[in-house]
Design a binder for this molecule. Structure first.
Ligand code: THU
Length: 138
């Protein structure tokens, strides 16, 4: 399906644009992410790899950092863009990071550079998420 059919076109476009700045010399896999915060403001991030491989960070983590640094702690929509045979889904760690600031119904749009996309809610991507309630005294 072409990307113009998603109702998150603006977010997909911003994720696509920031992807160009990804630092991914080791995997060669550039990812861009855009987050719409509760205020409506959009924050973007790209993956930043490191020669010490485990030190690399995902695009979603970068966008979350930008949002929190700007003083926001709630997000409503997320877009992730990469180039591949099908839309890339946020990795497991990023799903948990998004859950820190999103809700079960938070909308995640995953798109390829050639215009395919799929959408899912955060609870579909991370069923049974670990949350603060699990740490309540029993
Ligand atoms: N990557 C992301 O930025 N986000 C994801 O959700 C999946 C993976 C990055 C990490 C690494 O730089 C590259 O893609 C290959 O795994």
């Amino acid at each position: 399906m072409p990307a113009e059919e998603t109702n998150q076109d603006d977010l997909v476009e911003q994720a696509r644009r920031v992807r160009a700045n990804a630092h991914a010399p080791y995997s060669g896999f550039k990812v861009g992410a855009a987050i719409r915060a509760a205020s409506g403001q959009v924050y973007v991030g790209c993956n930043v790899e490191n020669v010490a491989y485990p030190e690399g960070t995902c695009a979603e983590a970068g966008a979350i950092s930008a949002m929190v640094a700007a003083g926001e702690t709630g997000l409503t929509d997320v877009a992730v863009v990469a180039s591949g045979p099908e839309p890339v889904t946020p990795c497991g760690g990023c799903r948990q990071k998004l859950a820190e600031f999103g809700r079960g119904e938070t909308n995640i749009t995953m798109a390829t550079m050639d215009g395919q996309f799929r959408t899912a809610t955060l609870s579909e991507l991370l069923p049974g998420a670990f949350g603060a309630g699990h740490m309540a005294e029993s």
